[in-house]
Design a protein around this ligand. Structure first.
Ligand SMILES: N[C@@H](CCC(=O)N[C@@H](CS)C(=O)NCC(=O)O)C(=O)O
Ligand SMILES: [Fe+2]
Length: 290
């Protein structure tokens, strides 16, 4: 299959420094959306859909038919627009089956009843197993489990293009944090070794870029560039050295600004918590007394 059948369009949410993508098969006009962002004004508790509507406008302008809404993981820093896009298009929302573990963890954190969350992959239409194949029109796609940042992190390999979520950042930023519940730097190291087994020319697409030193925004790199230049983990970096670096950096990071709303919505596939009897949906914040 010719790689130039793949059309990749990047969308950037400046508020959370998140990249979303539309990946389309130019032969069939079928497309997938990866990691769409729902706009959220935390102070007002207001969600809106400017980002997602922008993606829908791109699909319409290019006469693309949405076949999949793919999440690389349950994000902790922004809300997902997956459910909004599902309601608009009917396309299924898919994620790695590790979401069950993430749901189990946060079901306890937020004290959710079975009527709110069963933690069995509910709210998602498709749970991918490791190595599972699927297609976007005539494009072959494969799911690689790449946990470590979260339990449910996967990478999507689509015709030589790898969408890694937060398993890797651009080489000058290294990797994502591993200090969320279920995160583990040892496991992330092994996931990255798995990515480094792919052909050097495999293109890698980021989910975030925080523009270290104020440099220009970058969202694409390659396996070779990562193996030779990643500041946390090159091809010959020992596991222990990576783990030490990663855990030391994690100690310096603040809790993401939107972690509570993001996780509560994203473990439900982007649906807001079920409305209370007054018709209003609420986000919970577990309080700690220090
Ligand atoms: N300041 C951002 C941080 C977001 C964040 O923690 N991002 C995760 C990925 S979900 C990460 O790995 N960050 C690494 C870093 O900031 O070095 C926020 O509050 O939203
Ligand atoms: Fe993340």
């Amino acid at each position: 299959m010719a790689v130039d059948q793949v059309q990749i369009k990047m969308f950037f949410d400046a508020d959370s420094s998140t990249f979303s993508y539309v990946v389309a098969d130019s032969n069939s006009s079928f497309a997938a959306i990866i990691d769409p962002v729902l706009n959220y004004d935390a102070a007002a508790g207001a969600v809106s859909t400017a980002n997602a509507d922008n993606i829908l406008a791109y699909l319409a302008a290019n006469q693309l038919k949405l076949q999949w809404i793919l999440e690389t993981h349950a994000h902790a820093d922004h809300l997902s627009a997956a459910d909004y896009l599902h309601r608009k298009t009917g396309a299924p929302v898919a994620i790695g089956e590790g979401i069950k573990k993430v749901q189990q963890t946060f079901k306890l954190v937020f004290n959710l009843g079975d009527d709110e969350l069963l933690a069995k992959g509910d709210y998602f239409h498709k749970l991918f197993a490791d190595n599972e194949s699927f297609s976007i029109g005539s494009l072959a796609a494969q799911v690689l489990n790449t946990p470590g940042h979260t339990n449910d992190s996967v990478s999507y390999l689509i015709a030589g293009n790898l969408f890694v979520g937060d398993s890797l950042f651009m080489p000058d930023s290294g990797t994502a944090r591993c200090d969320f519940p279920g995160g583990d730097a040892h496991i992330l190291y092994r996931s990255i070794q798995r990515i480094y087994q792919l052909p050097d020319e495999t293109k890698i697409y980021m989910c975030h870029d925080y523009q270290p030193g104020g440099r220009e925004l970058r969202y694409q790199t390659s396996v070779l560039e990562q193996k030779t230049q990643n500041i946390h983990v090159k091809s010959d970096t020992p596991e222990q050295e990576f783990v030490q670096k990663r855990e030391a950096r994690d100690k310096t990071l603040a809790v993401p600004r939107l972690i509570y709303p993001a996780v509560q919505v994203n473990i439900r596939g982007g649906q807001l918590p079920k409305a209370a009897d007054n018709g209003v949906s609420y986000i919970k914040i577990p309080l700690k007394q220090r």
